[in-house]
Design a protein around this ligand. Structure first.
Ligand code: SF4
Ligand code: SF4
Length: 285
């Protein structure tokens, strides 16, 4: 079976301070970063020892690409025979030159955060990815005060690059019909992200072919269900993988709901499902 792995080590720091950030805003000490680095090294060594084909998305609880040890790991994983895709969620503020040696199996999930950097600088980083011929998607959180910036970003990005919008779901009824119309004109697949899906007892690939791994190797279905099913560093962990239904009432985040077979999002994203890159895309305005 092919595996889709969401890895989140113990890193918990970021160079940005987004008000809507769902993650802990902490500063990591040198000792904490050393621990994160050694966890990452162990995880990468584990992937090398597996006979399964693997796709891995790094979903750090902060910004990881700014650390050289993550950039090196991404390059090495992209060159590894049993890795079909390696991707990372990033604010794209880090220097990118280290990624030049990566294979085409590397993909970046880049999020633009208005107010934390200039749009010109962010677009400059996207242009660098174009020069390097690296796969990437771009996204934003759909806050209403950012609509003008979102519109400009869409105009400026190459038409073949997908710009996704994550719906702001913390306030019920946040969007008017006109807002939704605007956001759909930016992101043709925005409607998929607009809702939380009732998921209790329904089928999900999480815990079977897809799973989340933390820095200590604990394996969970996904990032949204706390129950530890196994530890990847123990010999029989695979015996704990199998068909399961969701224990949560709902699922509302892309990195969760794409694993729900009912949505059939493979039709849109194909091999780019994990890293949110549609099979073919062209924005026509
Ligand atoms: S860039 Fe991401 S991790 Fe950093 S503060 Fe913003 S939302 Fe949080
Ligand atoms: S439906 Fe969502 S929350 Fe439930 S197991 Fe799947 S990914 Fe996790």
């Amino acid at each position: 079976m092919n595996w889709c792995i969401y890895y989140r080590g113990s890193l918990s720091s970021c160079n940005y301070t987004c008000a809507y950030c769902p993650f802990a805003k902490t500063r990591n000490t040198r000792a904490q970063l050393a621990r994160d680095r050694s966890q990452l090294r162990r995880f990468c060594a584990w992937t090398r020892a597996q006979s399964n084909r693997i796709r891995v998305l790094f979903t750090p609880w902060g910004e990881a690409l700014g650390h050289g040890y993550y950039r090196r790991a991404l390059v090495e994983l992209s060159q590894q025979a049993n890795i079909d895709r390696v991707a990372i969620q990033t604010n794209l503020s880090a220097p990118l030159d280290d990624l030049q040696e990566a294979s085409s199996r590397l993909s970046l999930w880049a999020t633009y955060h208005p107010g934390q950097t200039s749009q010109a600088r962010f677009l400059g980083q996207c242009a660098r990815l174009e020069e390097m011929n690296l796969s990437y998607c771009v996204g934003v959180v759909g806050l209403k005060e950012h609509f003008p910036e979102i519109s400009r970003l869409r105009q400026e990005l190459p038409a073949q690059r997908y710009l996704w919008v994550n719906a702001y779901k913390r306030e019920t009824g946040y969007y008017s019909a006109q807002d939704i119309h605007f956001l759909k004109s930016i992101d043709a697949y925005f409607a998929y992200n607009l809702h939380r899906y009732p998921s209790f007892n329904s089928a999900c690939r999480a815990g079977e072919s897809s799973f989340a791994v933390d820095g200590d190797g604990n394996l969970r279905r996904c990032h949204f269900v706390g129950q530890v099913l196994a530890n990847i560093y123990e010999p029989d962990f695979e015996s704990q993988l199998g068909p399961r239904s969701c224990p949560n009432a709902s699922c509302g985040c892309y990195i969760g709901y794409v694993q729900r077979p009912q949505l059939r999002l493979e039709k849109i994203f194909g091999d780019g499902l994990l890293e949110r890159v549609p099979t073919s895309f062209s924005w026509s305005g």
